[in-house]
Design a binder for this molecule. Structure first.
Ligand SMILES: [Zn+2]
Ligand SMILES: [Zn+2]
Length: 242
């Protein structure tokens, strides 16, 4: 879907939650992995509820857009968010341990910039995962196939990895980045979906897709028959789905 409307609010809240834990642990840098168990647990615990909310919101956006009722969303969101938070917290604690720093670098290690970077990245991941949860149900339970187009902010800040992906369809972006956004820390990319309609065999354009000139309706009139999407509708998502 278009980028989450409440994204900046979620970023603020999650950044604050992460920063609280970082500040509590400021100065605990060094090769003492045993000391970091509680840091990791606290960090994961601070992130999980926020990531769960984002996942649910992203999934509900798909539900509303496509009129497809989600099964087991709350449970899936809770379990995904716990795992994602643990994974992120483990990565953060490893970096903290293996990069002993001093002075201003030490402040940065436990400061707001790092908290924001973690928040932005993990929110991007939660949005993609929540949407894919619905996509897979739509495909498996109802045979409805959606394809996605990659979006970046398309401004001067977009990096050389994400820039070329802007506006590319799934068959192209999944070659480069099979798991979808995020592709690096601070990545704010997102996917926009269009449904491949069984009955008439052409893509139904939806919301932001029309913003891309080369994704206009004409493009699809002589496009591939919908058969060619069988089996790979979610092909780009295997990593996140597992
Ligand atoms: Zn990028
Ligand atoms: Zn990106």
């Amino acid at each position: 879907m278009p980028d989450l409307a409440t994204r900046s609010q979620h970023e603020e809240e999650l950044t604050a939650a992460i920063l609280t834990i970082l500040l509590m642990n400021a100065g605990r840098v060094g090769p003492h992995p045993g000391d970091y168990g509680d840091f990791r647990r606290d960090l994961a615990g601070s992130m999980s509820p926020h990531l769960r909310k984002v996942y649910v919101e992203a999934a509900e956006g798909m539900v509303a857009a496509y009129g497809f009722p989600a099964a087991d969303l709350d449970r899936a969101a809770a379990s995904w968010a716990d795992q994602a938070a643990e994974k992120a917290a483990a990565a953060v604690s490893v970096t903290t341990i293996t990069h002993p720093v001093t002075g201003s670098k030490l402040d940065a290690m436990f400061g707001p910039g790092r908290a924001a970077k973690i928040a932005v990245t993990e929110i991007t991941r939660a949005v993609t995962a929540g949407e894919i949860f619905i996509l897979i149900q739509m495909s498996d339970d109802a045979g409805r196939e959606l394809i996605s187009v990659w979006y970046t902010e398309d401004d001067a800040r977009v990096c050389p990895i994400c820039g070329p992906l802007h506006g590319t369809p799934q068959e192209d972006w999944s070659q480069a980045e099979p798991a979808g956004p995020p592709v690096h820390p601070n990545c704010r990319c997102w996917l926009v979906y269009e449904e491949v309609r069984e009955s008439i065999g052409e893509a139904e354009h939806w919301r932001g897709v029309d913003l891309l000139e080369h994704q206009g309706p004409d493009e699809h009139e002589s496009g591939t028959p919908q058969d060619s999407n069988d089996g790979d509708g979610n092909g780009g998502f295997s990593v996140l789905d597992s």
